[in-house]
Design a protein around this ligand. Sequence first.
Ligand code: TA6
Length: 273
Amino acid sequence: CEFNGMKIVRVLHNEAEAGISLHGGHLIWYRPADEADVIWLSEKAEFDPAKAIRGGIPVCWPWFGKTATPSHGFARISEWSLLEHRENENGVIVALSLEDSDDTRAIWPHKFRNILTFEIGRSLKVSLTSTNTDDSPWNYAGALHSYFQIQDIRCTQITGMGTDFLDSTKGNEADSTAEPLTFEGEVDRVYVRPQATITIDDNAARQLLITNHGHNAAVIWNPWQALSEAMGDMADNSYETMVCVESTIHSDQTITLAPGESHTLSTEVRVSR
Ligand code: TA6
């Protein structure tokens, strides 16, 4: 169906509801039955085919950050195709695909196939399988750049990120913190040795358990007040109710795929009380 002029797949199941935009292969909401939203979507999000949607789960691929243009790669601003949708005993499975085209090869000169699978039920699992369909190896980085809905960033604690990180607000300077991680200002960090499961303690009201696979880093981001005010697609105080925790293949540690090889990056989230 349509949502703000975009084609989306809307999932309505007794275990959960979700919306997935074909623009970007972007999950824009996920709500398990009898739960508040798990994924944050900006109230000022722009649904423009040339831009990434602010919030949800953007797919950053085949690079992470501003190492090239467009920022965070082209996957999050590409039109994905619906491959299949079906039900199993846990909920609904939706799969999208994105393959190289003249447009993508003009930006990144390689052949590829990406399959993005969403498993929507009491938990949400997003898996991105990238395959080299070319005749020579290529490297890639990326992230499932999940924005999580929280009650109050000042009352949020995060564990499982590990201690060592590169600080993107200080030119990637190496630093470390003790756990749990709390927030008093802008945070933009690449944690280099995260645990497989990261926990967001949301104001002691609920925990979001995030389990990642196929990653080699976890990024955490909250823009805080000044940056939110500077962004046209975020309300001034909206940083208070969001935090990004990202299953990441870091640009310093790209993954190499030989012809025919595949790799899967995934993230799974479930609510615990
Ligand atoms: O993942 C953190 C980050 O790379 C930040 O540096 C910040 O810029 C954020 O992503 C959002 O990037 P975007 O290109 O969506 O504005």
